[in-house]
Design a protein around this ligand. Structure first.
Ligand code: ADP
Ligand code: MG
Ligand code: ZN
Length: 484
C-alpha cells in the first residue's frame, strides 16, 4: 500500500527587540551566564511583568505579512510546568486568544512545486533559559539570560507532505522576517526552532493517522533526516501490525534516530489559565491599518521587479531577492554602476560560492555597494580580467576598507595589454608542446582550449581570454598553412 506523510509545524522565532518581552533586560546573544537578568525574568515573587510594545508591533507585522487576521483583543495565558530552566515554574504564552489566526504562506519548493500552507495561529510567548551540561564533572548549570526573550510561535495546519515543502516554508518565513527586520531566524543560533509533527496514512485517506512530535530540530539538514527517519519508522510499525503512540520524540542527529521522550501531554496537563498579572491586549483598527501600510516589498515582488528592470532570469532573481541584505546590496550596486549583468556575474559565481564555502548566512554578508560598483566598473573597463578580479572580490568580501586600484597595482593584477607579451607567451607554449600541435594539425581543433589555458596560466590569468584565444588560433593556423 502506498502511504502519504502528513506534517504540521510549530515554529518558534526569537524577535530581535533590544529588550525582553516583560522586562527591560537586554536580549543580546552570548553574554556571560546570568548577566542579562532581573527579578522579573528570573521569576521572583511579587514582581510584575509589563508587555514590551515593540514585541506587539513586531508580532502584528508578522501576522499581517503571513496573511493572518489579527485579533484586536487578545490575551496572555499561564502555562504551568516545572523545569530547571523555567524559574517561575510557568511560561507566559497565549492559548485561548492568540493575537493572529487563519493565515497562509505560498511556497515554492526546490523542485518547483507550488503549494499553499495554512497557518492555524501565531502567538506571543516568552523563551525559557538554558541548561549548560558539563561533561567534566557531570554537573548542570542554569543560564537565565534567555528567560523572557520574546518568541513568536507559528502553528501551521498539517498541510505539508514532504521535507522539501517544510524547508521551503521555513526559508520563506526567514525571508519575510528578514524583510520586516524582526528576526534573523538563524537555526544554528537557535533564533528559529522547529517542532515537527508527523503522521502517515494510506494515500487518498481522509482521516489523519496518529502523530508524533519531534522537538527543537536545529538545522534544515537535520529536519530532512528526521522526517525521512520518522516516516519510515511509523510506516514499519503500522505494516508490522503495531499502532503509533502519540508521543514526543527526541531527534538525535548524531545517531540519525529519534527516541521516545514522553507521552504527549495535553493542554489540560499544563493547567492553563488567563495570566492575572497582564491586562488583556488591545490593538486598534488604526494600528493594524498603519502596520499594513508600512508592509515592505517582499522577496516575490522584488524578484519580479528584478526580472523586469534588470533582465535577470527567474532563478537568479529569486536567489538574490530571497535575502533582503543580498537584494539591497545588488540593487544599490546596480544603481551606482549601471551594469546588472556584471553585478549578477559576481553574485552568482563569486558570492554564492563564498557563502557556501564559509558557511555564511546571507544576512551577514558585508559588501559595500560603492566599492563593489567601483570594482565592477574596473572589470568592465578591461583594467583587470574576471580571473584576476577574483582576488579583489575576495578582498571586498572581507569587509576591509582598501583602495581597489592600489590593491590591483600592488598585487600586479592589471590586465596584460601588451600584445607582444601575449604573442611571446603563445609562442613559448606552442613550441613547448609539439605533440599537441600535431594533434591540432590532424584535425583535433578542441586542443585549442588546452593552449589557451596554458597561455592564460603563463600570464597568471591577467590577459583577456578572448585576445588569447584569437592569438593562439592565429598562430596555429599560420603554422598549419606553412606546413601545407
Ligand atoms: P497540540 O496543541 O496538542 O500540540 P495541535 O492541534 O495544536 O496540537 O497541533 C499541533 C501541530 O500538530 C500543528 O502543527 C498541527 O498541524 C500538527 N498536527 C495535528 N494533527 C496532525 C497529524 N495527524 N499529523 C501531522 N501533524 C499533525
Ligand atoms: Mg503544541
Ligand atoms: Zn529581566
Amino acid at each position: 500500500m502506498k502511504r502519504e506523510t502528513v506534517i504540521g509545524l510549530e515554529v518558534h522565532v526569537e524577535l530581535a527587540t533590544k529588550t525582553k518581552i516583560f522586562c527591560s533586560c537586554s536580549t543580546e546573544f552570548g553574554g556571560a551566564p546570568n548577566t542579562h537578568c532581573c527579578p522579573v525574568c528570573t521569576g521572583m515573587p511579587g514582581t510584575l511583568p509589563v508587555l514590551n510594545k515593540k514585541v506587539l508591533e513586531y508580532a502584528v507585522r508578522a501576522g499581517l505579512a503571513l496573511n493572518c487576521s489579527i485579533n484586536e483583543n487578545n490575551r496572555f495565558d499561564r502555562k504551568n510546568y516545572f523545569y530547571p530552566d523555567l524559574p517561575k515554574a510557568y511560561q507566559i504564552s497565549q492559548l485561548y486568544l492568540p493575537f493572529a489566526q487563519n493565515g497562509f504562506v505560498d511556497i515554492k519548493t526546490k523542485s518547483g512545486v507550488r503549494r499553499r500552507i495554512c497557518i492555524h495561529e501565531i502567538h506571543m510567548e516568552e523563551d525559557a533559559g538554558k541548561l549548560i551540561h558539563s561533561a567534566k564533572d557531570d554537573s548542570t548549570c542554569t543560564d537565565y539570560n534567555r528567560c523572557g526573550i520574546p518568541l513568536l510561535e507559528i502553528v501551521t495546519e498539517p498541510d505539508f507532505r514532504t521535507a522539501e515543502e517544510v524547508i521551503a516554508f521555513l526559508s520563506r518565513i526567514k525571508s519575510v522576517f528578514e524583510y520586516l527586520g524582526i528576526s534573523d531566524c538563524k537555526m544554528e543560533e537557535g533564533s528559529m526552532r522547529a517542532d515537527v509533527n508527523l503522521s502517515v496514512r494510506p494515500e487518498g485517506a481522509v482521516e489523519f493517522g496518529t502523530r508524533t512530535e519531534m522537538k527543537n530540530i536545529s538545522s534544515f539538514r537535520a529536519i530532512e533526516r528526521a522526517i525521512a527517519y520518522e516516516a519510515k519508522r511509523q510506516t514499519e510499525v503500522i505494516e508490522n501490525g503495531g499502532t503509533i503512540i502519540q508521543e514526543t520524540r527526541r531527534w538525535d542527529d548524531a545517531k540519525g534516530q529519534s527516541f521516545s521522550m514522553r507521552s504527549k501531554e495535553n493542554a489540560q496537563d499544563y493547567r492553563y489559565f488567563p495570566e492575572p498579572d497582564i491586562p488583556p491586549v488591545c490593538i486598534s483598527k488604526e494600528e493594524i491599518q498603519h502596520y499594513n501600510d508600512i508592509c515592505p516589498e517582499f522577496a516575490d515582488e522584488r524578484a519580479e521587479r528584478f526580472i523586469r528592470e534588470m533582465n535577470l532570469s527567474e532563478e537568479d532573481a529569486e536567489i538574490i531577492s530571497d535575502s533582503k541584505n543580498l537584494a539591497d546590496i545588488f540593487e544599490e550596486t546596480v544603481k551606482i554602476c549601471g551594469a546588472p549583468s556584471e553585478v549578477r556575474f559576481w553574485f552568482m559565481s563569486g558570492l554564492l560560492y563564498y557563502m557556501n564555502e564559509s558557511n555564511t548566512d546571507a544576512c551577514d554578508i558585508k559588501l559595500n555597494p560603492e566599492k563593489f560598483a567601483e570594482f565592477v566598473s574596473i572589470v568592465q573597463s578591461g583594467k583587470i580580467t574576471r580571473i584576476s578580479g577574483k582576488q579583489v572580490f575576495e578582498k571586498l568580501l572581507s569587509g576591509d576598507d582598501f583602495d581597489i586600484m592600489t590593491f590591483i597595482k600592488e598585487n600586479h593584477l592589471e590586465q596584460v595589454e601588451d600584445t607582444g607579451l601575449v604573442e611571446e607567451a603563445v609562442r613559448a607554449v606552442i613550441s613547448a608542446n609539439p605533440k599537441a600541435v600535431s594533434q591540432y594539425k590532424n584535425g583535433e581543433t578542441k586542443i585549442l582550449g588546452f593552449f589557451v589555458g596554458q597561455v592564460m596560466k603563463k600570464l597568471k590569468g591577467k590577459a583577456d581570454p578572448a585576445i588569447v584565444n584569437k592569438a593562439v588560433a592565429d598562430w596555429l593556423d599560420r603554422t598549419n598553412n606553412n606546413i601545407k
